[in-house]
Design a protein around this ligand. Structure first.
Ligand SMILES: OC[C@@H]1[C@@H](O)[C@H](O)[C@@H](O)c2[nH]c(CCc3ccccc3)c[n+]21
Length: 444
């Protein structure tokens, strides 16, 4: 499989997010986010890690753009930090926050790299959380105001916009599982949060289109195909519930189907839908972003409210203990193409954590990660050849970075970061990706 097997206009990129790489959390007027609060709360992140410095990208972005150039990517997916732009979430604008993204975008364009901006990658301004956070409908309106401000300032140069990164994570991990910021464990709040996140997306789509000539707008979802652990009908039903919990709860409203009836019945908790919300949420988009890492295998369980249990399967697992299962990406792409018929699909994240180390020769020989990329790209190609509307691929991630609750212990980068010195080193996977993009590799 080689680059020229893909369409000539296929987008090849790397992805990051603001809180995971920027650092400079109190510089140039940035306000606190829920991840500043959460990561500084004892016990919430591995080793008490936080994003205060991270990859110091706020200062080192020219060097990081040079790395993207060396890898040969033609696009870069980053996120805009809401608390840099509006330190209190709404109202007072921080011009130095906007200036950073102006500098970043101009530097990318200068290198011929197309900027793809995610408006929200989990760093909700703390003051909005203090006023209710995503369980409050007001936060959806605040997001639309934020989207308006950012796209008015960057929309002349940034044409590709992703409203939200993974609303499932913000709602479920943040408000029910409690393992992500703000760390609540309240099922009802997580359902309300999911609705207000989708509403925020729907409110922002027309705002972005109004502000950006030629805008291409979409949302990024973390989707996982669910497989029953056995042919037992109870396990098959559990897999359907998993699919509703992880995938259909978001896909159905976004594609005009409303919330899935089986899940509404299961939850017994209706989202706080008002008026035309479902029409707003189903605003037509230009693409669907998918973050794919692995599949789920589940069996039946009495565990309320989802009533499924994960089953650990497979021979190969990454450092996150996620099964390496590229076939799941193929199945997912084919299903989405058939069932939801998005105009275009971009893999906005795909990658793997492995315990990378600098070898005696100074290299990082992450051959497992090379293999992970090769296998997943091969299945992307197969899905594309079988009709999936796949138009691009962003590797997660450009740099080793702050991996949320796992802190800096989990490395996903094509580029190794030695955090004490901030020195970057391209890993074997980075060189492989570079050669793949240059078409210098022998076709495998
Ligand atoms: O965990 C690797 C990446 C994160 O670094 C990204 O910020 C985030 O967009 C992202 N999503 C997923 C899949 C969903 C997930 C995220 C974190 C923890 C568990 C599941 C994996 N990743």
């Amino acid at each position: 499989m080689k680059r020229s097997d893909f369409p000539a206009n296929f987008i090849w990129g790397t992805a990051t997010s603001a809180y995971q790489i920027e650092g400079a959390v109190s510089e140039d007027g940035r306000g606190p986010s829920i991840w500043d609060t959460f990561s500084h709360t004892p016990g919430k992140t591995k080793g008490g890690d936080h994003g205060d410095v991270a990859c110091d990208h706020y200062h080192r972005y020219p060097e990081d753009i040079a790395l993207m150039k060396e890898l040969g990517v033609n696009a870069y997916r980053f996120s805009v930090a809401w608390p840099r732009i509006l330190p209190e979430g709404r109202g007072r604008v921080n011009p130095r926050g906007l200036d950073f993204y102006n500098r970043l975008v101009d530097a990318l364009l200068e290198q011929g790299i197309t900027p793809w901006a995610t408006l929200y990658h989990w760093d909700l301004p703390q003051s909005l959380e203090d006023q209710g956070g995503w369980p409050s409908r007001e936060t959806a309106y605040a997001f639309a105001e934020y989207a308006d401000l950012v796209t008015r300032h960057l929309g002349d140069r940034v044409k590709h916009w992703i409203t939200l990164n993974e609303p499932w994570c913000s709602a479920y991990l943040g408000y029910h599982a409690g393992i992500h910021a703000p760390g609540q464990q309240n099922f009802k709040h997580s359902i309300w949060a999911s609705h207000h996140l989708l509403l925020a997306h729907g409110l922002a789509v027309p705002v972005i289109r109004r502000n950006v000539t030629g805008a291409r707008v979409g949302i990024t979802l973390n989707l996982s195909p669910g497989y029953p652990a056995s042919p037992d009908p109870a396990d098959v039903a559990a897999a359907r519930r998993f699919d509703g919990f992880q995938n259909r709860w978001y896909l159905d409203p976004l594609y005009g189907l409303g919330y899935p009836a089986d899940m509404l019945a299961l939850y017994g908790e209706a989202p706080s839908v008002q008026g035309d919300d479902l029409i707003t949420i189903a605003a037509p988009t230009d693409f669907l972003g998918i973050n794919y890492y692995s599949r789920a295998v589940v069996r039946n369980s009495d565990l309320e409210p989802y009533r499924f249990q994960y089953v650990r399967v497979g021979e190969e697992h990454t450092d996150m203990d996620w099964e390496v299962y590229p076939e799941g990406l193929y199945d997912l792409l084919i299903r989405l193409g058939r069932e939801y018929r998005p105009k275009a699909i971009y893999i906005t994240e795909n990658g793997a954590a492995y315990p990378d180390a600098v070898a005696d020769d100074g290299g990082i020989h992450d051959l497992e990660r090379v293999r992970y990329f090769q296998r997943h790209l091969a299945l992307c190609l197969e899905a594309l050849q079988h009709g999936a509307p796949l138009k691009g691929y962003f590797a997660w991630s450009l740099l080793d970075n702050f991996e949320w609750a796992e802190g800096y212990a989990k490395r996903f980068g094509l580029v190794y970061v030695d955090f004490p010195s901030q020195r970057r080193r391209i890993k074997a996977s980075g060189y492989w990706f570079r050669d793949f993009l240059r078409e210098a590799v022998a076709s495998s």
